[in-house]
Design a protein around this ligand. Structure first.
Ligand SMILES: Nc1ncnc2c1ncn2[C@@H]1O[C@H](COP(=O)(O)OP(=O)(O)OP(=O)(O)O)[C@@H](O)[C@H]1O
Length: 502
């Protein structure tokens, strides 16, 4: 993913051309507008006053978003900021009477990082330095960036986010592509895309990383947005203390007066009635106010059996997505990134070796790399395969992960779709069979280390390019078609369970 604010120039070039394409009576509204930045799918445009903002957000929005989306070949949304230093020409429609600033949005004293090269800071502008108090307040009030109708609140200090857990440091693979895409969507339009977003999966697969990344990205797009990250354990402690100190008002302010609540490891709330009660009301307050809630869990809500039904039901209102153990290529990519970030020197064959041996937990994967490089350093040795083998022998238990075979994948996929194995591997090209076959091929790529031609052989001697196309197709569908995503997910679980019992 491009870092936010990296594409400012692209927008600088595009914006005048897009204005040129408007009818003169539309263009006249935007003569003083200025492109601020392009972050993923959001283009931030500054205008001189609230009046113009209303015009842009109203009748001109669709026209401009369509033009930008066409030019950039991806869906683009517009966020509008007000920058009073952009004076409209006297007598132009833009100079029309500015509407009153939105009183619901309070002034922010946020000193968060601003958007590059602009006198304002994304969600709320910094005060103009020498401006008299009155003008300054007016300016502060009227310089919020808004996404549609919902506005983000400002004012309390944020909870700390791990600076290493960003979208830039997150490696995308088939195991987490959907979760990543959902997380980006939520960060770009908090409270709008999916609410709540619930990410579940086994330990060490990047759930916390994604929660923090959402927080960072929201912060970069909407300076001043109130983001609170909390583990469910810390939330429980806060509830206990608030009850003990008879100070639930402070607790409620802390968790209900936010724009984005990121709550990690929700399974810890199981069996804790009072904490669940408090969280239920927090959830309702935030959800009713269109504030974003992001939850992580080690299980899907249905399996959080010690959680009240009303909470579990609410968790299913938005989007559920899981993170799976990464495939070999993703594991290698994660190790490469980690090695570069931490300046750990390890040759490619060692990274591949570690990635091939540790398959289920990214934390363990990173831990192994650290162990290997630390061992080499302590013993003043080069990092090489022999050394890595010695270190990993201690780290990995005998037996390792269950072995998944192509035969098992084919059998499970056939039975899931009520086809025979002969049909699945045979020549028929009915739509349902083709999809099931492609899913099975995709799973062979992901869950086994078989080469493309070997997988092709398993499916009645098909060519390796057929397998390649199937993989590409399903990868794309996974991010776009919920049914494919669910099937792949369910099948993966079944196959692994079966492999364990074998
Ligand atoms: N896709 C990824 N790309 C890069 N690093 C990753 C990725 N997924 C996980 N990691 C790293 O793996 C480690 C473990 O991830 P994280 O703590 O987010 O897992 P988790 O799913 O929240 O686990 P737990 O449920 O135990 O809290 C972190 O250092 C994280 O940065």
């Amino acid at each position: 993913m491009e870092p936010p604010a990296a594409n400012g120039r692209e927008l600088d070039v595009l914006w005048p051309a897009i204005l040129d394409s408007l009818a003169p009576n539309q263009r006249v509204w935007l003569a003083s507008s200025k492109p601020v930045m392009l972050a993923e799918s959001t283009a931030v445009i500054a205008v001189p006053n609230e009046f113009t903002r209303t015009q842009l957000e109203g009748r001109l929005r669709t026209r401009l978003e369509d033009a930008l989306s066409d030019s950039l070949n991806r869906p683009i949304r517009i966020a509008v900021s007000v920058d009073e230093t952009l004076a409209p020409p006297e007598g132009s429609p833009e100079a029309g009477v500015p509407s009153a600033p939105d009183q619901a949005m309070t002034r922010s004293d946020s000193t968060g990082p601003g958007m590059a090269g602009h006198g304002m800071s994304g969600f709320v502008t910094q005060p103009h330095q020498q401006a008299p108090m009155e003008t300054r307040q007016q300016s502060d009030l009227s310089t919020n960036i808004q996404m549609g109708a919902a506005s983000l609140t400002t004012g309390i200090p944020d909870s700390p986010l791990n600076p290493r857990y960003t979208f830039e440091t997150f490696v995308i693979g088939s195991s987490n592509r959907f979760a990543h895409a959902a997380a980006v969507a939520v960060a770009e339009a908090p409270g709008k895309a999916y609410n709540p977003l619930l990410v579940y999966g086994d330990s060490g697969l990047g759930k916390t990383h994604l929660l923090h990344a959402i927080g960072h990205y929201v912060r970069s797009l909407y300076t001043g947005a109130k983001i609170r990250y909390v583990s469910s354990e810390a939330f429980t402690n806060d509830v206990i203390n608030a009850i003990k100190d008879a100070n639930t008002a402070a607790l409620q302010r802390r968790y209900r007066d936010v724009d984005v609540l990121l709550i990690d490891d929700i399974q810890f709330l199981e069996g804790k009635q009072q904490t669940q009660e408090e969280f239920f009301h927090t959830f309702n307050t935030l959800h009713n106010a269109n504030k974003q809630i992001v939850i992580s869990s080690d299980r899907p809500p249905k399996r959080l059996t010690q959680l009240e039904d009303r909470l579990r039901n609410r968790f299913e209102w938005g989007l559920l997505t899981d993170v799976q153990p990464p495939d070999l290529e993703t594991r290698i990519a994660i190790l490469r990134k980690k090695a570069a970030a931490d300046r750990l020197h390890a040759p490619a064959d060692v990274l591949e070796f570690i990635a091939s041996r540790i398959q289920t937990n990214i934390r363990e994967l990173e831990g192994a790399l650290i162990r290997v490089t630390a061992f080499a350093s302590i013993n003043h040795q080069e990092v090489d395969l022999t050394l890595a083998e010695i270190v990993l022998k201690d780290l990995i238990p005998e037996g390792g992960e269950p072995q998944v075979t192509a035969g098992l994948i084919i059998a499970q996929t056939a039975s899931y779709h009520s086809f025979s194995i002969e049909d699945l591997c045979g020549p028929s090209r009915t739509r349902a069979l083709v999809t099931a076959r492609q899913i099975a091929m995709y799973l062979c790529r992901e869950l086994t280390d078989l080469s493309l031609p070997k997988i092709g052989q398993q499916f009645g001697g098909r060519d390796h390019t057929t397998v390649m196309n199937a993989e590409r197709r399903i990868r794309k569908d996974l991010a776009e078609r919920q049914t494919v995503y669910k099937t792949v997910n369910e099948l993966t679980m079944r196959i692994k369970q079966q492999a364990k019992q074998a």
